[in-house]
Design a binder for this molecule. Structure first.
Ligand code: NAP
Length: 309
């Protein structure tokens, strides 16, 4: 009977952080396995054009960037498996990762599982998911050709994806709970000069309405108290992200939002366990910083393994 291999390191998550960790770990000749539950590339796989990753002056599709990162890491021997992590054990000697595809063991772990979109938490949101409610403009935008859609949120995601939606929709109405966007100035400039974009300030959504699909939003102006119904065919929700760390509760210290505290070398409180990218506390949540976190985590892991042979 052959026993399952014990990897040097298992990397959880195949976004820029996990793939960069995989590249560095493989090039360091570590026996590395990367576990990804959905699309390699992670959140960037749904970004139509990445304009702020150095080396691509014309920008690059997020999907292509993710695939290129994957190929580069696999070229040096990174193994991958498509599976969801369900539970882990983080004993000092052996880390055990339980997944939907079975159990894997390693001497070290890099947690790079990224983040998922927050829900708005209003009536109609679950009911009309896929029937006008979306969290992915790149995936669902083309379904709303020549229709009026709303985008909820005031951050980079809401503004960037709102601008992208103007390619399909006849009008994009961005609804923000304050009177100032959180998004970066470049995105703001582009949004304010886009003739298809309109803005509703100081406004929150109370309900997403419809029969078999979305037909409108019940809105509340938090400054004036006015209430009204806005007719839209689709609503794209971008109200922030939460880290994929639910399976770590009770195993690792997490902050109130579920992020993992690390030191500057991406090491957590548990020996041989690093965290990188959007799961990490105080991450700037950029592709380049996630990639840097991943590289740093792999270097820390290499050092840990050399001290624990
Ligand atoms: P975010 O920066 O956290 O912005 C979330 C937005 O949603 C904020 O404007 C917030 O309002 C609003 N919001 C939160 N909860 C809400 C609620 N319950 N009801 C209504 N509005 C609510 O999230 P993000 O835009 O997804 O960006 C996440 C990270 O990724 C950021 O660090 C961002 O810079 C980065 N990112 C970068 C790029 C890029 O560089 N190309 C693109 C996308 C995202 P307040 O402003 O009032 O808090």
């Amino acid at each position: 009977m052959t026993s399952a291999p014990v990897y040097d390191v298992i990397i959880i998550g195949g976004g820029p952080a996990g793939l960069s960790a995989g590249l560095y770990a493989s090039r360091a000749k570590l026996n590395a396995l990367l576990i990804e539950k959905a699309i390699f590339g992670g959140q960037i796989a749904n970004v139509e054009r990445v304009e702020n990753y150095p080396g691509f002056p014309e920008g690059i599709s997020g999907y292509e960037l993710g695939q290129a990162m994957l190929q580069q890491a696999m070229k040096y021997g990174l193994e991958t498996v498509a599976a969801e992590v369900t539970a882990i054990e983080l004993a000092e000697q052996a880390k055990v990762i339980n997944t939907t595809e079975g159990e894997f063991r390693a001497k070290a772990v890099i947690i790079a599982g990224g983040a998922e979109p927050n829900r708005l938490g209003v009536p109609g949101e679950e009911e009309f998911l896929g029937k006008g409610v979306s969290y992915c403009a790149t995936c669902d935008g083309p379904l709303f050709k020549d229709q009026v859609v709303a985008v909820i949120g005031g951050g980079d995601s809401a503004v960037e994806e709102g601008i992208m939606l103007t390619r399909f929709a006849s009008k994009v109405i961005l609804i923000h709970r304050r009177d100032q966007l959180r998004a970066g100035k470049l995105f703001q400039e582009r949004a304010f000069t886009n003739p298809k974009m309109e803005f509703l300030w100081d406004t929150v959504v109370e309900e997403i309405r419809g029969d078999d699909k979305v037909s409108g939003l019940s809105l509340h102006n938090v400054k004036t108290g006015d209430k009204r119904v806005l007719e839209v065919s689709g609503v794209f929700i971008y109200v922030g992200l939460h880290p994929n760390t639910g399976y770590l509760r009770g195993l690792l210290p997490l902050d109130s939002e579920g992020h993992i505290p690390t030191n500057e070398m991406m090491e957590t409180e548990i020996a041989g366990v690093c965290a990188a990218g959007d799961v990490r506390k105080n991450s700037p949540r950029q592709i380049i910083t996630a990639a840097a976190d991943g590289a740093t985590a792999a270097l820390s892991t290499e050092r840990f393994l050399s001290q624990h042979r």
